[in-house]
Design a protein around this ligand. Structure first.
Ligand SMILES: Nc1ncnc2c1ncn2[C@@H]1O[C@H](COP(=O)(O)OP(=O)(O)O)[C@@H](O)[C@H]1O
Ligand SMILES: [Mg+2]
Length: 221
Protein backbone atom coordinates (compact mmCIF):
# COMPACT_ATOMS: atom_id res chain seq x y z
CA UNK A 1 0.00 0.00 0.00
CA UNK A 2 2.77 2.42 0.95
CA UNK A 3 4.65 1.69 -2.26
CA UNK A 4 1.52 2.51 -4.29
CA UNK A 5 1.10 5.81 -2.42
CA UNK A 6 4.86 6.56 -2.60
CA UNK A 7 5.15 6.69 1.19
CA UNK A 8 8.72 5.76 2.18
CA UNK A 9 9.09 2.78 4.50
CA UNK A 10 12.03 0.40 5.03
CA UNK A 11 12.76 -2.33 2.47
CA UNK A 12 11.71 -5.69 3.87
CA UNK A 13 11.34 -9.43 3.49
CA UNK A 14 8.80 -11.73 5.13
CA UNK A 15 9.45 -15.35 6.03
CA UNK A 16 6.95 -17.91 7.25
CA UNK A 17 7.95 -21.44 8.21
CA UNK A 18 10.91 -21.56 5.86
CA UNK A 19 9.06 -19.97 2.96
CA UNK A 20 9.90 -16.49 1.78
CA UNK A 21 6.70 -14.57 1.15
CA UNK A 22 8.17 -11.36 -0.16
CA UNK A 23 11.64 -9.84 -0.44
CA UNK A 24 13.19 -6.58 -1.48
CA UNK A 25 16.91 -6.71 -2.07
CA UNK A 26 17.76 -5.81 1.53
CA UNK A 27 21.10 -4.99 3.15
CA UNK A 28 22.42 -5.60 6.68
CA UNK A 29 21.95 -4.38 9.34
CA UNK A 30 18.35 -5.48 9.61
CA UNK A 31 15.75 -5.69 12.35
CA UNK A 32 13.82 -8.92 12.79
CA UNK A 33 10.29 -8.72 14.18
CA UNK A 34 7.11 -10.77 14.48
CA UNK A 35 4.89 -9.44 11.66
CA UNK A 36 1.76 -9.30 13.81
CA UNK A 37 2.60 -8.10 17.28
CA UNK A 38 2.66 -4.84 19.14
CA UNK A 39 4.34 -2.99 22.01
CA UNK A 40 7.78 -4.32 21.04
CA UNK A 41 6.72 -7.87 21.92
CA UNK A 42 9.30 -10.11 20.25
CA UNK A 43 11.70 -7.18 19.71
CA UNK A 44 14.48 -7.45 22.33
CA UNK A 45 17.88 -5.87 21.58
CA UNK A 46 18.83 -9.10 19.76
CA UNK A 47 16.27 -8.13 17.07
CA UNK A 48 18.98 -5.90 15.64
CA UNK A 49 21.02 -8.19 13.41
CA UNK A 50 24.24 -7.72 11.44
CA UNK A 51 24.99 -11.20 10.06
CA UNK A 52 23.36 -14.20 8.37
CA UNK A 53 24.03 -16.34 11.45
CA UNK A 54 22.25 -13.93 13.80
CA UNK A 55 19.45 -13.59 11.27
CA UNK A 56 18.83 -17.35 11.02
CA UNK A 57 18.91 -17.69 14.81
CA UNK A 58 16.46 -14.86 15.34
CA UNK A 59 14.04 -16.17 12.67
CA UNK A 60 14.11 -19.59 14.36
CA UNK A 61 13.46 -18.08 17.79
CA UNK A 62 10.52 -16.03 16.52
CA UNK A 63 8.99 -19.00 14.73
CA UNK A 64 9.22 -21.00 17.95
CA UNK A 65 7.61 -18.29 20.02
CA UNK A 66 4.99 -16.67 17.75
CA UNK A 67 2.42 -17.95 15.32
CA UNK A 68 3.05 -15.19 12.77
CA UNK A 69 5.34 -14.56 9.80
CA UNK A 70 8.66 -12.89 10.52
CA UNK A 71 9.32 -9.43 9.16
CA UNK A 72 12.94 -8.63 8.30
CA UNK A 73 13.39 -4.91 7.70
CA UNK A 74 16.35 -2.85 6.66
CA UNK A 75 17.50 -0.97 9.74
CA UNK A 76 17.11 2.80 9.42
CA UNK A 77 19.77 4.53 11.48
CA UNK A 78 18.57 7.84 12.84
CA UNK A 79 16.26 9.76 15.15
CA UNK A 80 12.99 8.13 16.22
CA UNK A 81 10.06 10.49 15.72
CA UNK A 82 6.32 10.05 16.32
CA UNK A 83 3.58 12.15 14.71
CA UNK A 84 0.00 12.13 16.03
CA UNK A 85 -2.95 12.66 13.70
CA UNK A 86 -6.44 13.78 14.75
CA UNK A 87 -9.74 14.07 12.91
CA UNK A 88 -11.24 12.85 9.67
CA UNK A 89 -12.16 15.12 6.76
CA UNK A 90 -9.80 17.84 7.93
CA UNK A 91 -7.29 15.63 9.71
CA UNK A 92 -4.60 17.51 11.62
CA UNK A 93 -1.00 16.36 12.13
CA UNK A 94 0.40 17.24 15.56
CA UNK A 95 3.93 18.43 16.47
CA UNK A 96 6.57 15.67 16.21
CA UNK A 97 7.68 13.89 19.37
CA UNK A 98 11.09 12.25 19.75
CA UNK A 99 12.01 9.15 21.68
CA UNK A 100 15.65 9.93 22.37
CA UNK A 101 17.52 6.62 22.22
CA UNK A 102 20.98 8.15 22.43
CA UNK A 103 21.26 7.52 26.19
CA UNK A 104 20.90 3.78 25.97
CA UNK A 105 23.78 1.89 27.58
CA UNK A 106 26.84 1.54 25.35
CA UNK A 107 26.84 -1.53 23.13
CA UNK A 108 23.05 -1.77 22.89
CA UNK A 109 21.32 -1.07 19.59
CA UNK A 110 19.36 2.18 19.41
CA UNK A 111 15.92 0.60 19.27
CA UNK A 112 12.77 0.97 21.36
CA UNK A 113 12.71 -2.75 22.04
CA UNK A 114 11.11 -4.79 24.81
CA UNK A 115 13.63 -3.56 27.41
CA UNK A 116 13.02 0.14 26.65
CA UNK A 117 9.23 -0.17 26.76
CA UNK A 118 8.66 -2.62 29.61
CA UNK A 119 11.64 -3.52 31.78
CA UNK A 120 11.43 -0.79 34.38
CA UNK A 121 14.54 -1.89 36.27
CA UNK A 122 16.87 -1.55 33.26
CA UNK A 123 19.00 1.50 32.39
CA UNK A 124 17.42 1.31 28.93
CA UNK A 125 13.95 1.94 30.41
CA UNK A 126 15.08 4.67 32.79
CA UNK A 127 16.85 6.78 30.17
CA UNK A 128 14.26 6.86 27.41
CA UNK A 129 11.30 9.19 27.61
CA UNK A 130 9.40 10.91 24.81
CA UNK A 131 9.60 14.69 24.42
CA UNK A 132 8.58 17.32 21.88
CA UNK A 133 11.19 17.43 19.10
CA UNK A 134 11.37 21.22 19.04
CA UNK A 135 14.81 21.38 17.41
CA UNK A 136 13.70 19.98 14.03
CA UNK A 137 13.80 22.44 11.13
CA UNK A 138 10.53 23.62 9.63
CA UNK A 139 10.99 21.71 6.35
CA UNK A 140 11.55 18.41 8.14
CA UNK A 141 8.52 18.97 10.40
CA UNK A 142 6.39 19.73 7.37
CA UNK A 143 7.60 16.62 5.53
CA UNK A 144 6.95 14.44 8.61
CA UNK A 145 3.45 15.85 9.01
CA UNK A 146 2.58 15.50 5.31
CA UNK A 147 3.83 11.91 5.31
CA UNK A 148 1.91 11.14 8.51
CA UNK A 149 -1.32 12.42 6.94
CA UNK A 150 -0.62 10.50 3.72
CA UNK A 151 -0.10 7.25 5.68
CA UNK A 152 -3.28 7.92 7.74
CA UNK A 153 -5.32 8.42 4.59
CA UNK A 154 -3.71 5.56 2.63
CA UNK A 155 -4.71 3.11 5.37
CA UNK A 156 -8.17 4.60 5.89
CA UNK A 157 -7.64 5.38 9.59
CA UNK A 158 -10.23 7.28 11.62
CA UNK A 159 -10.47 9.77 14.49
CA UNK A 160 -6.88 9.52 15.81
CA UNK A 161 -3.64 7.66 15.25
CA UNK A 162 0.10 7.88 15.73
CA UNK A 163 2.56 7.39 12.89
CA UNK A 164 6.08 6.32 13.89
CA UNK A 165 9.12 7.33 11.88
CA UNK A 166 12.84 7.14 11.64
CA UNK A 167 14.63 10.11 10.08
CA UNK A 168 17.67 8.84 8.19
CA UNK A 169 20.99 10.69 7.92
CA UNK A 170 19.62 12.87 5.12
CA UNK A 171 16.56 13.68 7.26
CA UNK A 172 14.29 11.60 5.04
CA UNK A 173 11.33 10.25 7.03
CA UNK A 174 10.63 6.49 6.81
CA UNK A 175 7.38 5.17 8.26
CA UNK A 176 8.20 2.33 10.66
CA UNK A 177 4.74 1.76 11.96
CA UNK A 178 1.20 3.08 12.01
CA UNK A 179 -0.74 2.81 15.26
CA UNK A 180 -4.51 3.02 14.74
CA UNK A 181 -5.07 2.95 18.53
CA UNK A 182 -1.98 4.48 20.16
CA UNK A 183 -1.68 4.90 23.93
CA UNK A 184 -3.99 7.65 25.14
CA UNK A 185 -2.83 8.16 28.69
CA UNK A 186 -2.01 11.75 29.57
CA UNK A 187 1.76 11.15 29.60
CA UNK A 188 1.85 9.25 26.30
CA UNK A 189 3.27 10.64 23.07
CA UNK A 190 -0.05 11.69 21.52
CA UNK A 191 -1.08 13.69 24.61
CA UNK A 192 2.34 15.33 24.96
CA UNK A 193 2.15 16.46 21.38
CA UNK A 194 -1.44 17.69 21.64
CA UNK A 195 -0.68 19.66 24.81
CA UNK A 196 2.19 21.38 22.99
CA UNK A 197 -0.44 23.04 20.75
CA UNK A 198 -1.83 24.84 23.84
CA UNK A 199 -4.80 22.56 24.45
CA UNK A 200 -5.27 20.22 27.41
CA UNK A 201 -5.88 16.50 27.90
CA UNK A 202 -9.65 16.91 28.27
CA UNK A 203 -9.66 18.75 24.91
CA UNK A 204 -7.81 15.81 23.32
CA UNK A 205 -10.37 13.26 24.48
CA UNK A 206 -13.12 15.70 23.40
CA UNK A 207 -11.61 15.99 19.90
CA UNK A 208 -11.49 12.21 19.52
CA UNK A 209 -15.08 11.76 20.69
CA UNK A 210 -16.21 14.64 18.44
CA UNK A 211 -14.47 13.13 15.40
CA UNK A 212 -16.08 9.74 16.03
CA UNK A 213 -19.53 11.25 16.68
CA UNK A 214 -19.40 13.31 13.49
CA UNK A 215 -18.97 10.15 11.44
CA UNK A 216 -22.41 9.09 12.73
CA UNK A 217 -23.98 12.53 12.22
CA UNK A 218 -24.15 13.13 15.98
CA UNK A 219 -23.43 16.44 17.66
CA UNK A 220 -21.83 16.54 21.08
CA UNK A 221 -23.24 19.07 23.57
N1 LIG B 1 13.29 -0.69 10.23
C1 LIG B 1 13.67 -0.20 11.41
N2 LIG B 1 14.76 0.58 11.50
C2 LIG B 1 15.17 1.07 12.70
N3 LIG B 1 14.57 0.79 13.87
C3 LIG B 1 13.49 0.01 13.84
C4 LIG B 1 12.97 -0.52 12.62
N4 LIG B 1 11.86 -1.26 12.91
C5 LIG B 1 11.70 -1.19 14.25
N5 LIG B 1 12.66 -0.44 14.82
C6 LIG B 1 12.82 -0.15 16.27
O1 LIG B 1 12.07 -1.09 17.01
C7 LIG B 1 10.97 -0.45 17.69
C8 LIG B 1 9.74 -1.32 17.69
O2 LIG B 1 9.38 -1.67 16.35
P1 LIG B 1 7.89 -1.51 15.80
O3 LIG B 1 7.90 -1.92 14.37
O4 LIG B 1 7.41 -0.14 16.09
O5 LIG B 1 7.11 -2.59 16.64
P2 LIG B 1 5.92 -2.46 17.72
O6 LIG B 1 4.66 -2.60 16.93
O7 LIG B 1 6.13 -3.62 18.61
O8 LIG B 1 6.04 -1.13 18.37
C9 LIG B 1 10.80 0.88 16.96
O9 LIG B 1 10.19 1.83 17.78
C10 LIG B 1 12.24 1.22 16.60
O10 LIG B 1 12.96 1.75 17.68
MG1 LIG C 1 6.19 0.69 17.54
Amino acid sequence: IFEFHKIPSPNFATVWRGRMEHAHDIQFPVIVKPAREDGSIGIPFSAYVESIKELMTRIDELHAEFDTPVLVEEYIEGREIYVGVLGNKKAEALPPIELDLSKLPEGTPRIAGTEVKWERSTEAYKHTHPKVADDLDEKTVQLLQETALAAYQALGLRDYARIDFRLDKKKRPFVLEVNPNPYLLSTAELSLSFKHTGRNYTDLIGEIVKAAAERYGLTIQ
